[in-house]
Design a protein around this ligand. Structure first.
Ligand SMILES: [Zn+2]
Length: 239
């Protein structure tokens, strides 16, 4: 392989490696994956919150049930005294009756409160079930996406290894000084070898002297652009 062809091949592979590196980075901080991960976290938090709400309501349900039992017991006591006891004092009986009415009211209030709590618990549990299903579905999507990303990463990595091997092989066949110049240009300009298209430098777009283009057409000389110093490559099959 002529030096200029070798340099051009080297440039193409260097550019490809750069491209692969960019793609790798893109995949690595994959937005899609991050978005889903954030959604998962959010849903998990909401699930935990709902679970603790259910727990809290169940605790107060227990408390209210106990209180209701106590009220029921008190009511029965009053009624026993009122209807089967041997109190004959009218004032005392009136008082007992008033207490009985009050207890009945309290019991009704308690029962309503318990009903509300039960409704809350049902509502929370329904929401929890839906949220848990959403979470499960999303997790599944996340897992398959991770799998996909992993295989893309693997492919890109393998491709990078192949390109690096090609770069090594081409580099070893090139003249050392030429290779050094190539590396300097890459460091300074990003791209060392540029293609000549329509008699213009592919790096800085300057129109090249006719003599330069002519020499490129008819020789394997290593020529630099006078303006940007990049190495010029002309595809002889196209020209
Ligand atoms: Zn140039």
């Amino acid at each position: 392989m002529d030096d200029i062809e070798g340099l051009w091949e080297l440039q193409k592979n260097e550019s490809l490696l750069l491209e692969l590196g960019k793609k790798l980075k893109e995949v690595q901080n994959g937005k899609n994956l991050k978005t889903i991960a954030a959604q998962l976290e959010e849903k998990e938090k909401a699930i935990l919150k709902l679970k603790s709400s259910v727990e809290e309501r169940e605790n107060s349900l227990n408390k209210e049930n106990l209180a209701l039992e106590e009220l029921d017991f008190k009511l029965k006591e009053r009624e026993k005294n009122l209807f089967h006891g041997n109190i004959l004092d009218l004032k005392q009986l009136t008082l007992l009756n008033e207490e009985r009415e009050k207890l009945k009211e309290e019991i009704e209030e308690k029962e309503n409160k318990i009903l509300t709590i039960l409704e809350d618990i049902d509502d929370f549990k329904l929401r929890l079930a839906k949220l848990e299903k959403d979470f499960k579905d999303l997790k599944k999507e996340y897992r398959s996406l991770v799998k996909e990303y992993k295989s893309i990463l693997e492919e890109l990595n393998e491709e990078s290894i192949r390109v690096k091997e090609r770069i090594k092989k081409i580099s070893s066949s090139l003249d050392r000084d030429l290779l050094l110049k190539f590396k300097q240009l890459v460091d300074n300009k990003g791209v060392a070898v540029v293609e000549v298209i329509d008699n213009r430098c592919g790096g800085c777009n300057m129109v090249l002297p006719a003599m330069t283009v002519d020499r490129l057409k008819h020789s394997q000389a290593i020529l630099h652009c006078e303006n940007c110093d990049r190495i010029l490559y002309l595809d002889k099959k196209q020209a």
